[in-house]
Design a protein around this ligand. Structure first.
Ligand SMILES: C[S@@+](CC[C@H](N)C(=O)[O-])C[C@H]1O[C@@H](n2cnc3c(N)ncnc32)[C@H](O)[C@@H]1O
Length: 268
């Protein structure tokens, strides 16, 4: 087997969708990362303790072919490089992020192969070409529910036979106010005649500032998952869960609902 600071302040917050609605949601998050959030996420360095736990435990063989999804400023993939891995690939759908990564790569003569790509369409990578696939922080939680299955299908396709996957998801139970916020947001959605989505919440804070537009329509959203939903979704995509823990469970100290849900998987 081959084996950011949780964004609690910034993203306190993952039917058939019409192509218009689909692109609107995706682009709004993408726009945020190319504008207000570019600086925040391109400058982050180091690993969170819970990320380090997953990475040290599951990235075992230094010759593993590693792919990181939604790399942002390359924080995680550069940390993986520092551990001695050399066959490294990473993508992000925000061009500006990849341009930034390529500049850092040039400065440090890094071997990471960076690309602009969307997690829902990874045609640029051949099937079965990676041993470890890292989808940490909010990547899957930005993708609308019918499309997130497509992203998981793509991830599955890219993994070699004994590959390992590290996923993380926003944790519905990590914020006591999620059910209340969801009730209010969905009431407004109903009034506007929009689709109700219990677990899809607008950003509460953007770059440390309260999002006063959160009750307006056409808001970028995030999906917040319960462990049972994650299990279901991963099983439907043919993944086998090896380990599933919240950041709180990884760190100990009794706050078991704290932080994202971290999952290590293999292919069935
Ligand atoms: C919360 S940031 C995490 C960045 C980096 N992984 C880290 O932890 O420092 C999420 C990143 O995922 C990217 N992203 C979100 N959805 C994506 C998608 N469907 N395809 C590719 N990149 C995506 C965003 O552009 C952003 O750079």
């Amino acid at each position: 087997m081959y084996g950011a600071k949780e964004d609690s302040g910034t993203v306190s917050n993952f039917g058939m969708v019409t192509p218009k609605a689909k692109s609107m949601t995706k682009n709004l998050n993408k726009e945020l990362y190319g504008s207000e959030l570019f600086h925040v996420w391109s400058q982050k360095k180091g690993l969170l303790e819970e990320e380090a736990y997953m990475i040290h435990k599951y990235l075992v063989h230094k010759d593993a072919r590693v792919l990181e999804a939604g790399t942002g400023g390359g924080r995680i993939i550069f940390e993986i490089e520092a551990l001695g891995f050399t066959n490294l690939h990473a993508f992000d759908y925000v061009e500006k992020m990849i341009e930034y990564c390529d500049r850092v790569k040039a400065e440090n003569s890094s071997p990471v192969d960076f690309a602009v790509a969307d997690a829902t369409d990874l045609n640029r990578y051949p099937s079965h070409s990676f041993d470890v696939l890292v989808y940490l922080q909010q990547v899957l939680c930005f993708i609308d529910e019918p499309l997130v299955d497509r992203a998981l299908e793509e991830a599955y396709r890219l993994g070699a036979k004994d590959s390992v996957y590290l996923f993380s998801f926003l944790n519905w139970h990590s914020k006591f106010y999620n059910p209340i916020l969801s009730g209010i947001v969905n009431l407004f959605r109903k009034i506007r005649g929009e689709k109700v989505a219990k677990h899809k919440l607008p950003w509460l804070m953007i770059d440390g500032r309260f999002n006063w537009k959160l009750l307006q329509g056409t808001q970028p959203g995030n999906y917040w998952y319960k462990k049972s939903q994650i299990r279901q979704m991963l099983a439907a995509a043919s993944f086998k869960v090896i380990e599933m823990k919240t950041a709180g469970e990884i760190l100990g100290g009794g706050k078991t609902d704290k932080g994202h849900v971290y999952v290590a998987c293999s292919k069935r």
